[in-house]
Design a protein around this ligand. Structure first.
Ligand SMILES: NC(=O)C1=CN([C@@H]2O[C@H](COP(=O)(O)OP(=O)(O)OC[C@H]3O[C@@H](n4cnc5c(N)ncnc54)[C@H](OP(=O)(O)O)[C@@H]3O)[C@@H](O)[C@H]2O)C=CC1
Ligand SMILES: N[C@@H](C=O)C(=O)O
Length: 268
């Protein structure tokens, strides 16, 4: 049940870091909130802080999105509560170790959280929002989606999935009033780095953004109608040039002949 005209925003990974700031900012924009993460204690702390400084209704659901039953509960909730109008797919973990030094079981868990959970929640939200006449999905990707050489490769690949999936969702569902935004943050000062086994101390301070600034910039990008938001990028024309180059490739990615450089004789 919500009394907010904006409806309810569900934010995953809302007990800390970027997700907790999204929760705060969306509450200030008039959304009621459903906050999801594993730690009930930390969710309660975030919820208390927000409820104490805004008029919004905040509820919390402790769920491990790596657990099939917990994930199923959140999917069901997205479909069942008609007041939910926004999903912020933020929960995620990273890694910094190269392939030969990383544990494949941890990589699988990362894929299950960053890809599988995000995909299942997106399916649940997209179907529900289309049936309800509209809604917004914000997917938190990463700068490493387009720079997989920087951190752990599986992490970069999971975030490339989030970017590609979001571009496709936009193409398929924009005319059904489903609003998609994908956000590609650079390095942000959160616990992410401890969890990933990295350290912000290894990065120059000019490369590190605070999570408040990241979320404020990302929401400004949402207001400006951006599909892809790269909060650190000084000149958006650079992204547009990258995207234009990608679009230029598309008509030539599937042809019935190979080019002369491969030396394959063309049948007469
Ligand atoms: N920090 C950075 O430099 C960058 C981060 N990102 C992305 O931003 C997103 C948020 O990261 P950030 O805030 O930095 O990291 P934090 O580690 O600070 O926060 C991660 C959040 O996700 C929750 N979470 C982790 N695992 C699970 C799980 N299995 N089920 C449910 N919730 C879970 C955590 O809560 P709990 O432990 O209570 O479950 C916490 O609320 C991630 O997707 C990350 O990849 C992208 C680019 C850069
Ligand atoms: N985007 C950050 C991690 O995901 C980074 O660029 O360090």
């Amino acid at each position: 049940m919500t009394y907010s005209k904006m409806g309810i925003a569900m934010v995953t990974g809302a007990s800390a870091g970027i997700g907790a700031i999204y929760a705060d900012r969306l509450a200030r924009r008039g959304y009621d909130l459903i906050l999801v993460a594993r730690s009930q204690e930390r969710l309660d702390e975030v919820a208390r802080r927000i409820a104490g400084s805004t008029n919004c209704n905040v509820s919390t659901v402790a769920a491990d999105l790596n657990d099939k039953a917990d994930l199923g509960r959140i999917e069901t909730l997205l479909g069942a509560d008609p007041a939910i109008t926004m999903l912020v797919n933020n929960a995620g973990i990273g890694g910094v170790a190269p392939l030969l030094e990383s544990d494949v079981n941890k990589m699988q868990a990362m894929i299950e959280l960053n890809i599988t959970a995000l995909t299942r929640l997106t399916y649940a939200a997209a179907r529900a929002f289309v049936a309800r006449g509209g809604g917004t999905i914000i997917n938190i990707s990463s700068a490493v989606a387009i720079a997989p050489e920087i951190l752990n490769g599986v992490y970069g690949a999971t975030k490339a999935f989030v970017l590609a999936f979001s571009l496709s969702l936009h193409k398929e569902l924009a005319d059904k009033k489903l609003r998609i935004q994908v956000v590609l943050p650079g390095a942000i000062a959160t616990n992410f780095w401890d969890v990933s086994g990295g350290s912000l101390d290894d990065l120059p301070s000019k490369a590190i953004m605070q999570s408040d600034d990241l979320v404020d910039a990302a929401l400004a990008g949402l207001d400006q109608g951006e599909l892809v938001t790269i909060p650190s990028l000084p000149d958006v024309a650079d992204w547009h040039a990258y995207e234009a180059a990608r679009q230029k490739l598309i008509p030539n990615l599937s042809l019935n002949t190979s080019p002369a450089r491969y030396g394959i004789a063309v049948a007469a």
